[in-house]
Write a protein that binds this ligand. Structure first.
Ligand code: DC
Length: 231
């Protein structure tokens, strides 16, 4: 994969705030955004719609290969995810959707099926890629890589507050258990496990606001890309 187009990778476990930071970064630079987790989420969702069991690896991979997914920017600035022409954004962004995504993401043939699709997001003027293996497997030559971390307790509490704001009733211990289980599955899978690239800048966001993390990231962006001006 030799491309001269710039890409910045933002990896880390669930609930670490990388989605928000990646979104803000892409907006600030006027670059494209790849939310790779959404591709795994839509794969699990599509399996559900097509009655394919997540244990049936061959058919899950077939679903991933023929995934009819489209990303569209909404007026709110949010990125909407369409599956077969229907807005599936809310349906895939549930706790259950996250569990399904983590399960299909552990299947090597699914990761292989989604690899080129992810690389195709790299078009001018540049890309911010958010996920687990952006800096290690999908864009190993990226000139700037971030890996965000935060304690599981902090991530569970952030998620708890978000869900409460949305009016969903949730249990904090259950959220923490889910996060720990998902971390374990994402870290221990045989292909592209969740791990920081050797050349990634690791940022611990446990005691930091998103704004503080974003400011740190922007300082590195300006060091590596001095020619860039905010969009
Ligand atoms: O970022 P997210 O929470 O939407 O991701 C959902 C799941 O998808 C996550 O538990 C692991 C998996 N995933 C992955 O394995 N590789 C990626 N690049 C992105 C997500």
């Amino acid at each position: 994969m030799a491309s001269s187009l710039p890409v910045i990778t933002v990896d880390g476990p669930s609930g670490v705030g990388k989605g928000t930071v990646a979104y803000q970064l892409a907006a600030a630079l006027g670059w494209h955004l790849l939310d790779s987790g959404a591709l795994y989420r839509v794969t699990a969702y599509a399996c559900n719609q097509q009655n394919v069991a997540l244990e049936d690896h061959d058919n899950v991979a077939a679903v991933a290969r023929s995934l009819e997914v489209e990303f569209k920017g909404a007026d709110s600035g949010e990125v909407l995810v369409f599956y077969r022409g229907e807005d599936a954004s809310s349906a895939i962004r549930t706790e259950e959707g996250g569990r399904g995504a983590s399960t299909v993401a552990a299947i090597p043939a699914v990761r292989a099926a989604l690899l080129q699709r992810q690389r195709d997001f790299l078009v001018a003027p540049g890309l911010v890629a958010d996920g687990r293996d952006m800096g290690t497997s999908v864009f190993p030559n990226a000139p700037l890589k971030f890996f965000l971390v935060a304690s599981a307790e902090e991530r569970a509490e952030r998620r708890y507050r978000q869900l409460l704001e949305k009016g969903e009733s949730v249990s904090l211990p259950r959220l923490l258990g889910d996060i720990q289980e998902r971390d374990e599955r994402d870290r221990s899978r045989s292909v592209s496990p969740l791990v920081a690239a050797d050349d990634a800048i690791v940022i611990d966001s446990t005691k930091q606001s998103i704004d503080a993390v974003f400011a740190m990231i922007m300082r590195d962006v300006h060091k590596v890309f001095p020619e860039l001006q905010p969009a």
